[in-house]
Design a protein around this ligand. Structure first.
Ligand SMILES: Cc1cc2nc3c(=O)[nH]c(=O)nc-3n(C[C@H](O)[C@H](O)[C@H](O)COP(=O)(O)OP(=O)(O)OC[C@H]3O[C@@H](n4cnc5c(N)ncnc54)[C@H](O)[C@@H]3O)c2cc1C
Length: 408
């Protein structure tokens, strides 16, 4: 079957690979010059089924006021974005009950675990280089924080296969000696042995390379203008800046831009862009940082080793489609990390700092939209929010199975 995948982010590229493995003739269309140049470019780099809890946990919703207005605010709403997020926000809150949140968390875990299995099986047959670490991740909790609430949630996740260990101060230091100078800040940590990390942009290009080796065509620098309807039930073509393209089936994987292309088809996708920031510094051989990703639950900040670089990230901002990098936000991310890793300060080469911002394609419930549409040959694989890389190979497998075998 001829399949057109719309979007060459991590989700579209993984989808193309899975479809090509099933023997389909696949074309990927994207406006950028290379795969993974938008939200999949410099994300946090975490592959963390352990992070499957959607953002609207009842506990987090109680903290929204503090996150917005507190001295350590990590959430920002640009007034111009308010009209566009009202309906979405109500659905977000409607999903914040214990039962709905748990059901959505389980959906995320299922896709994320499928994803990790798929990735590991790809790695068994192909050599992939994306600055990966496979040493788990560690979430550290400041004293007086919410560790007991979090551990309770970990027990629920464990029923669905997410393994964890609770660590005391000595065990934290055994794993990450770099936290020595600030260890008194922490009363404990949770370690997730099966989590991984790496550079999502490099990974996207690696999976795109494997897809191309299987015959996938990447039509880059090509803007998709419209998805054309042949009849009320089928898509006939897509109109692009390089002319029309027809296929037997189409997969929509345009991240935060998916709703814009779906709207003229009378498909309303509940996805809004939620901006986030990352800062990446070159370490120039310095080995004093963490050896695996460390998340500080108090600052909502994370540091992720990536080869000879350290990536830091966090923050959530509702700012519509504004992808401008606000240097001030980048500095706040760095400032929080320097409180955890003060030794980093003297190793930062100001000329080699990458400040980046991207748009998480967020659904109000949490899980991505993976499945059919009212059009028999149009499929969705989009809306992965803060877990797009974690879930990319899994949701790609699901949509490829649906197109190939008619089941998900
Ligand atoms: C700060 C931050 C940190 C994050 N950290 C993590 C993390 O640690 N782990 C994790 O799993 N996830 C993380 N995420 C989320 C993850 O990055 C996203 O979920 C994922 O990148 C989404 O991938 P995608 O392929 O759906 O979208 P994208 O990567 O945005 O790809 C969509 C593609 O569609 C193309 N496109 C859009 N419109 C058009 C058009 N009209 N014509 C042609 N092409 C078009 C774009 O060029 C783009 O290449 C983070 C996100 C942010 C912002």
């Amino acid at each position: 079957m001829k399949v057109a995948v719309l979007g060459a982010g991590v989700v579209g590229s993984a989808t193309a690979y899975m479809l090509a493995k099933e023997g389909h003739e696949v074309t990927v269309v994207d406006r950028c010059d290379r795969p993974g140049m938008e939200t999949s470019f410099a994300n946090g780099g975490l592959m963390t089924p352990s992070d499957a809890s959607p953002w609207n946990s009842p506990g987090t919703v109680r903290q929204i006021g503090r996150m917005l207005f507190g001295s350590k605010s990590t959430l920002k709403i640009n007034p111009s974005a308010i009209p566009s997020i009202l309906g979405w926000g109500l659905k977000f809150l409607a999903n914040a009950t214990y039962e709905r949140h748990k059901a959505n968390m389980i959906s995320n875990i299922r896709i994320a675990k499928l994803s990790m299995d798929a990735l590991r099986s790809i790695r068994q047959t192909a050599r992939l280089n994306y600055d990966q670490t496979t040493r788990g991740t560690m979430r550290v909790f400041p004293c007086g924080g919410r560790i007991s609430e979090f551990v309770q949630m970990c027990h629920e996740m464990q029923e669905w296969g997410v393994q964890f260990e609770v660590l005391d101060q000595d065990q934290i230091l055994e794993k990450e000696p770099c936290l020595g100078p600030v260890i008194d800040r922490y009363c404990g940590a949770v370690f997730f042995p099966d989590d991984e990390s790496g550079d999502a942009h490099k990974f996207t290009n690696e999976i795109a390379r494997l897809a191309a080796e299987l015959g996938v065509q990447f039509l880059m620098n090509t803007h998709i203008r419209e998805i054309g309807k042949g009849s009320s039930s089928r898509i006939s073509h897509i109109s692009t800046s390089r002319g029309d393209l027809s296929a037997d089936a189409y997969v929509l994987s345009l991240g935060s831009y998916s709703p814009i292309l779906a709207r003229p088809l009378r498909i309303t996708l509940p996805i809004i862009p939620v901006k986030g920031y990352s800062v990446t510094v070159a370490l120039n051989g310095w080995k004093g940082g963490p050896t695996r990703p460390v998340m500080d639950d108090g600052y909502h900040a994370m540091m992720v080793p990536m080869g000879d670089r350290l990536r830091m990230g966090g923050r959530a901002e509702f700012a519509r489609y504004d992808t401008r990098v606000d240097e001030k936000e980048g500095r706040r991310v760095l400032h929080d990390i320097l409180k955890i890793l003060p030794a980093l300060r003297s190793h930062i080469d100001a000329g080699a700092v990458l400040n980046w911002a991207g748009l998480r394609p967020m659904t109000p419930a949490g899980p991505p939209l993976v499945g059919p549409t009212p059009y028999t040959n149009l499929f969705l694989n989009t809306g992965h929010g803060p877990l797009g890389w974690t879930m990319a190979c899994g949701s790609a497998k699901l949509i490829s199975d649906l197109i190939t075998h008619g089941r998900i």
